[in-house]
Design a protein around this ligand. Sequence first.
Ligand code: SME
Length: 146
Amino acid sequence: MYRDLASALQGLVAGEPDAIANMANAAALIWETLPEINWAGFYRNVDGELVLGPFQGRPACIRIAFGSGVCGVAAETRQVQRVQDVNAFPGHIACDSASASELVVPIVRDGELIAVLDLDSPRTGRFTEEDETGCIRLAEILAKVL
Ligand code: SME
């Protein structure tokens, strides 16, 4: 499934330099492809603060400080955060009380954090190692076009 997702994403962003358009299509593609997801989208690094970008799902927190919540920790450490139970994650920011697990992948280009890809699920333990590897691949594709 991630192989198809990666090639569909590659096709959608090919030749398009607009970052917002590419994030919007990526969020829509992920949203319609992955099962058991209640939020899929981006937070952009705007002058050292995460600011809400294109997404699918319920309205979400607009600004997140580096180091704060799952997204902020991913941004600060530049490490993928795969959280099986968000309620056990210190400082987790509950934008949607339905979210039970979360996967956040930093998008880095030339040593600079551009954005994070954030996926939420209403099922505890939804995200596997396969999801992590697959989403890292998606982030690599996006790093070139954001
Ligand atoms: N739960 C996230 C905030 C973003 S929403 O899930 C869309 C966090 O703790 O960083």
